[in-house]
Design a protein around this ligand. Structure first.
Ligand SMILES: *[C@@H]1O[C@H](CO)[C@@H](O)[C@H](O)[C@H]1NC(C)=O
Ligand SMILES: *[C@@H]1O[C@H](CO)[C@@H](O)[C@H](O)[C@H]1NC(C)=O
Ligand SMILES: *[C@@H]1O[C@H](CO)[C@@H](O)[C@H](O)[C@H]1NC(C)=O
Ligand SMILES: *[C@@H]1O[C@H](CO)[C@@H](O)[C@H](O)[C@H]1NC(C)=O
Length: 956
């Protein structure tokens, strides 16, 4: 009986395989309950379910052979696309090919796939469309140039018929929040809409309010507005900007349209116009940089309710204000397709199955604990100082405030605090020196009603310490702080036997989130927070291993492309507020790098197609610059920024970016079969490679330029630049320099290729030593010093006293995080075709004896776990998702050694013969094929199909 019922359960499991993690335009429907798209040709992706055999074992080698997709209009079930049965192994980025989708319409997509074993059940998902055309908008931008009109309201009177749908489209700049009948819509959403170059592109959001508008026939709508980035205070125009973009600020304003469809087919639109009433609300002042001032005496409860009457404050008609978008100059109002900034558990979805909470030995807040931080200590020094235990971006909410009317409480925030007696400093308090000239202060004036609450609005701070002034009764229980960032999913997981590497990983994750605030910012605390391209390009590979930020970076690419000039130049920052145009080549390279890594991590080739021409124009712009100066005098502004001695700005550094861009562009051209460009740019690359060597090679010293580490690293990292005959000498010179000085001396540009270079060139042991170093300067020093044990990555290798004004929360040094995944775990994604698992091994097993990592890619979860059980043995467990193959490579454990035996799932699959050198699998293990040996590198490889495998490799 027992046997029978188990069998029965097994049958059910197999019969019920369905698509999982279905994605529409990169949005996973599991984490996006209301998918809105702004394209007529969306693409769909899905994961194939795991399948298990009758013994409960995972079936290996599950491959798709066909799919079938049907898209219907919800309103009448009209089939707008029926793909039919399509023989294809492709399960990602399948483009819609039906009749054109129409504006503000709801659709259903149903997906079925077939494998060699089974066909799946139909999977049903929903999506709806945005307003495709400007003519779909009926309302006007409203606000006021006379008063600080930050609360606006109207009342909707509906027909006495039931509704089919109610949909809102809204853009409020700088920031807005939407309320219906006193309730905030989408409560965890903050700082919406995302910051853009508003004249070129202003974003709007959309909400499905069908359930709310299905209850009564009169409803009040309220909108709160904030200054956000549409504010002179934040706006400094960079040199070389487009003249038509020089004014980027004004009074806050909003455009809203509510489209109601009744079941009788009739429509009603409520739009913003001068009939709306507005006032200055309790929110008296807000600035992203400076903070908020809130006067709780001016709160009017339920001010967004239909029946609201206000005998105390003046509500006046809103004025119609100009659109922020310059349509004459080709500007656009477009849907915000990236996820919004959020707080709390909604801000960070967790896809990885691995570590929840902190890895043992790691200090700081746990990222997976729901995004709400509580103080870990309280101290009375010139006010009440609280330590949140983690540096991050966001703000704090105070509750249970009991004090008389008109009591003023101030909150100040800082990344660092002094302790009495520390470094000869004889006072205690928050450290404001690195905030530059901004107040970073939230102020609340109490109404005296008791049990009051204050949460700052339309601002955010980068901090670990909170100071509360003007209210001594505050205690830890009354404080809750929110980690704010663009919503995302944690898809990566990396831990190892090294506490230092684990702490670096922790600091990378937190600094990355702190700087993902609708654009990748440089830092969250001082008066900067700009979209510096250099920082974004350097951390993109690491970011995409850890977080699902595909749409976030697609938004950034669109902004880079919006800002590109006819001569191909892109700017150092977008929105272009500081820096130069054309950008320093190591900043502009982000255009190329971000595009490339988005492709590598998702396999979505349409991303390359979309930006291909723009990237070519940027490279041609660099070629024009090159023709004026040659590589010897190639222009630069920032160079290898933040080197140890803060000097290494050279033309070699910018030439490196230029050559790298050309090389990546050749790869892109090859993928798109643009043969002419492959030839043209390959020729260019060869010429540039020769010139690079000729002008930068120092024949007296046999090194590049002055022989500094950075110069040699950048030359060696470029393919075919250093002649084969000189390569070993240059490499040895670099190695000697690192060993002699005992540390790395370069900056953000050269640190990125350093670690991969050492691992590839046979110096993996040195790479591991360097990465785990804790003395100055090193990553480890950031959390092993007298000042503060960092929980985020610093801006500079040092901080106080030398780097006194530097940020303690930057992501531009986070490139090492990509090396963790690509070289320590050995996961190379290769556009999700045949991926590579090639963990690098040190000869000294004590340097790193264990790594566990996971990446949840579009096709499923890739897992790698390895441990060195002895000097000459490694255990390697891997999981490869369905519909995917992997080449697994075993790295040499012993210098000049060779692999002698391979086991898979407890069976010997190969042994080195005494007599013959034949490399052939001894056993036919399902899913394992194509054993080969690379004698030059002393590695062994096998090809595996989807499934779980445990290997043991023995070396002699
Ligand atoms: C609106 O409410 C009615 C009554 O509760 C319900 O039958 C109908 O399905 C609802 N319509 C929508 C679109 O939610
Ligand atoms: C503020 O306090 C006054 C009494 O001073 C009270 O009438 C009013 O309702 C309070 N406002 C709110 C929003 O609680
Ligand atoms: C809009 O752009 C056009 C063309 O670039 C320019 O002439 C005009 O001054 C701009 N309008 C505003 C309001 O900035
Ligand atoms: C104080 O207000 C909170 C909501 O903000 C409520 O949950 C709590 O019960 C109130 N406490 C008292 C003592 O009224």
């Amino acid at each position: 009986m027992l046997v029978y019922s188990l069998y029965f359960i097994f049958l059910l499991v197999v019969e019920s395989v369905t698509s999982q993690h279905v994605r529409i335009q990169h949005m996973d429907v599991d984490t996006h309950h209301d998918v809105v798209i702004d394209t007529q040709t969306p693409h769909f992706s899905w994961q194939l379910a795991q399948e298990y055999d009758s013994n409960g074992y995972l079936i290996k080698d599950i491959k798709q052979i066909a799919y079938h997709i049907i898209v219907t209009k919800v309103i009448n079930n009209e089939v707008v696309w029926n793909s039919g049965y399509v023989s294809s192994s492709s399960s990602t980025h399948i483009f819609y090919k039906g009749v054109p989708l129409i504006s503000d319409t709801r659709y259903t997509v149903t997906i079925k796939y077939y494998t060699t074993q089974h066909q799946s059940q139909w999977y049903i998902a929903h999506f709806r469309t945005a307003l495709f055309s400007l003519t779909d908008w009926a309302g006007q931008w409203i606000g006021s140039n006379n008063i600080n009109m930050n609360q606006l309201r109207t009342v909707v009177t509906m027909k006495l018929t039931r509704i089919q749908s109610a949909t809102v489209f809204i853009s409020g700049i700088g920031y807005y929040q939407l309320y219906i009948e006193g309730q905030q819509i989408d409560k965890t959403r903050r700082l919406d809409v995302g910051w853009t170059t508003y004249q070129q592109r202003t974003l709007y959001s959309s909400y499905d309010l069908t359930e709310i508008f299905n209850t009564t026939n009169q409803l009040g709508i309220g909108i709160m507005l904030g200054q956000g980035w549409y504010n002179r205070q934040q706006w400094i125009i960079g040199p070389g900007a487009r003249p038509d973009l020089s004014e980027q600020y004004g009074s806050p304003r909003v455009l809203m349209q509510l489209n109601i469809v009744y079941i009788d087919g009739t429509n009603q639109s409520i739009v913003t116009d001068s009939s709306w009433l507005g006032r200055e609300g309790e929110h008296r002042y807000d600035s992203v940089y400076m903070g908020t001032t809130m006067d709780l005496r001016a709160v009017r409860s339920c001010w967004s309710c239909a029946k609201f009457i206000d005998p105390y404050s003046l509500w006046i008609n809103a004025s119609v204000l100009p659109s922020p978008v310059n349509f004459t100059a080709g500007g656009q109002l477009s849907l915000q397709t990236m996820d919004p900034i959020r707080i709390g558990p909604d801000a960070l979805h967790i896809a990885t199955s691995g570590n929840k909470g902190n890895v043992d030995g790691v200090q700081g807040g746990s990222l997976t604990d729901g995004g709400i931080l509580k103080p870990i200590s309280q101290d009375e020094v010139n006010g009440q100082v609280f330590d949140l235990g983690q540096n991050f971006a966001g703000w704090c909410k105070l509750s249970s405030l009991n004090a008389p009317k008109s009591t003023i409480i101030q909150l100040r925030y800082a990344e660092l605090r002094y302790s009495r007696g520390q470094n000869g400093i004889d006072f205690a308090g928050l450290y404001y020196e690195n905030l530059a000239n901004i107040a970073v202060m939230d102020t609340v004036i109490l109404n005296g009603t008791g049990n009051e609450t204050f949460e700052p609005l339309f601002t955010y701070h980068g901090f670990r310490y909170l100071l509360v002034n003007g209210y001594d009764n505050i205690n830890k229980d009354n404080i809750e702080c929110y980690n704010a960032h663009s919503e995302t999913t944690l898809i990566g997981n990396f831990s190892s036997s090294s506490d230092v590497l684990n702490q670096i990983q922790h600091n990378i994750l937190w600094s990355q989130l702190s700087n993902s605030m609708s654009i990748p910012t440089d830092c969250p605390q001082r008066n900067e927070r700009r979209g510096w391209l250099g920082d974004a390009g350097l951390s993109i590979d690491e970011t995409l291993f850890n977080f699902d930020y595909v749409n976030f970076y697609l938004n950034f690419l669109t902004m880079i492309s919006d800002n590109q000039l006819p001569d191909g130049s892109v700017s150092d920052t977008v929105p272009f507020t500081v820096g130069f145009s054309p950008a320093d080549p190591n900043w502009g390279t982000a255009y190329v790098t971000i595009t490339w890594y988005l492709y590598e991590h998702t396999g979505d080739i349409s991303i390359i197609e979309k930006y291909y021409n723009g990237i070519q124009a940027w490279i041609d712009c660099l070629t024009n610059q090159h023709q004026k100066t040659g590589l010897a005098k190639m222009y630069f502004y920032w160079g290898d920024w933040a080197t140890v001695d803060r000097t290494a700005n050279t033309s070699l550094t910018s030439s490196y970016a230029y050559l790298r861009d050309v090389h990546t562009f050749i790869n892109m051209s090859r993928l798109l079969n643009h043969t002419e460009n492959v030839q043209k740019y390959t020729k260019l690359y060869q010429e540039l490679a020769n010139e690079f060597h000729n002008v930068f090679y120092n024949t007296h010293l046999n090194v590049y330029v002055d022989g500094s580490q950075a110069m040699n690293i950048l030359a060696l990292a470029l393919p075919d630049v250093v002649p084969v005959s000189l390569r070993t000498n240059v490499l040895n010179s670099l190695i000697n320099n690192i060993v002699t000085t005992g540390h790395f001396t370069g900056g953000i540009v050269s640190v990125a290729p350093l670690y991969p270079l050492l691992s590839i060139e046979g110096h993996h042991d040195l790479a591991l030593k360097l990465a785990q170093s804790i003395s100055y300067p090193s990553y480890g020093y950031m959390f092993h010093n007298d000042i503060q044990n960092a929980t985020t990555t610093w801006e500079l290798w040092n901080t106080l006293p030398q780097g006194a004004t530097a940020s303690l929360n930057h992501h531009m040094f986070n490139s090492i995080g990509a090396w963790f995944y690509r070289y320590l775990a050995g996961i190379e994604l290769n556009g999700l075709q045949t991926i590579t698992i090639y963990p690098r091994m040190s000869y000294d097993a004590d340097l790193l004896s264990y790594v566990k990592a996971e990446v949840v890619a579009i096709k499923g979860s890739i897992r790698v776990e390895w441990s060195r059980t002895s000097v000459n043995t490694v255990n390697l467990s891997i999981v490869i998702p369905t519909n995917m193959d992997a080449i697994v490579t075993f790295d040499s454990l012993i210098k000049n050694g060779q692999c002698v035996k391979l086991m898979c799932d407890n069976e010997i699959i190969w042994m080195r013969g005494e007599m013959s050198d034949e490399i052939k699998l001894l056993r036919d293990i399902n899913g394992v094929n194509d054993l080969s040996e690379n004698k030059l590198r002393s590695t062994m490889s096998v090809r595996v199909a989807s499934g779980e495998y445990t290997f043991v490799a023995y070396w002699k």
